[in-house]
Design a protein around this ligand. Structure first.
Ligand code: FES
Length: 119
């Protein structure tokens, strides 16, 4: 296991990608059950947030990533990929999901993350 995590049970996590499917510094859109998830690989770690931008639904997983900020490809709102918080410090936020890595497999828990447990 390469990521710190909460005490969620491993059974709550769903495999969503292999580590080599998301290059360092990039994001990817992945459909998981009924959710669209933006998975990012930054600094050797993986982060997952809701893919749907709260402004008008732009695909955040297709946005440019700079350090821990992703820029929505439609109108440039920014979000912290670690927390889902809006980069403007305002009210625009998206759900953040806990990620675990086992070997070359990335897993996500689709229950919205408790912001007080952010790493
Ligand atoms: S849809 Fe994302 S900024 Fe407008």
């Amino acid at each position: 296991m390469t990521s710190r995590h909460t005490d969620r049970k491993f059974e709550e996590f769903i495999p969503i990608a292999r580590t080599d499917e998301v290059p360092e510094g990039k994001g990817r859109v992945i459909k998981v059950n009924d959710k669209s998830v933006a998975l990012f690989h930054v600094g050797g770690r993986f982060y997952a947030i809701n893919n749907i931008c709260p402004h008008q639904g732009g695909p955040l997983g297709k946005g440019k990533v700079k350090k821990y900020l992703v820029t929505c490809p439609w109108h440039d709102l920014q979000f912290d990929i670690r927390s889902g918080f809006g980069g403007d410090g305002g009210g625009n936020c998206v759900a953040s999901y806990e990620v675990r890595v086992e070997g070359d497999q990335v897993y996500v828990c689709l229950q919205t993350r408790d912001v007080w447990s952010l790493e």
